[in-house]
Ligand binder design. Structure first.
Ligand code: ZN
Length: 161
């Protein structure tokens, strides 16, 4: 699967719920896990590979897992600001404030409902991918002037192609 790069419009599409974990969805999950590992990402949202299903993969310590129709139940008041990168924005790092803990519900790839509390790194990775599924991107955390400069740079790059 090819990683879609900003400003590909698919990155702005709000994903639709997965209605059934069928063969098609299972194949997407398998390919997303491979793509995530090949490209060295710790997380991947389906719209980053052009698929607008409410689905992400995260590379946990015990292996990659798919989170289907994820929902945020609650977030901690305590936050932390760290620089984040994104496979759809090569070379860009943006300081992003994220909750230190996030309580989440999702369906796993075997169809079971899961309730999980993510902390620290995985809270951050989850929120980053959850943003993607809602069409939100790391560039949105820059101030308007920085966004303008980045967009001008991207335009220049694509004009030189
Ligand atoms: Zn990303």
């Amino acid at each position: 699967m090819e990683i879609r790069l900003y400003p590909d419009p698919v990155l702005r599409i709000k994903s639709s719920d997965v209605s059934e974990i069928n063969k098609y969805i299972k194949r997407i999950i398998r390919e997303m896990k491979e793509t995530m590992e090949d490209d060295g990402g710790i997380g991947l949202a389906a719209n980053q590979v052009g698929i607008t299903e409410m689905l992400m993969t995260i590379d946990f310590e015990d292996g990659p897992q798919a989170l289907i129709n994820p929902q945020v139940i609650s977030v901690s008041e305590e936050t932390q600001t760290l620089e984040e990168g994104c496979l759809s924005f090569p070379g860009l790092n943006v300081p992003v404030s994220r909750p230190l803990e996030v309580s989440v519900q999702y369906t796993d790839e075997n169809g079971y409902k899961q309730s999980v509390l993510f902390t620290d790194l995985y809270a951050r990775v989850f929120m980053h991918e959850y943003d993607h599924l809602n069409g939100k991107l790391i560039i949105d955390y820059l101030n308007p002037q920085e966004q303008l400069m980045y967009n001008m740079e991207i335009n220049k790059r694509s004009n030189n192609d």
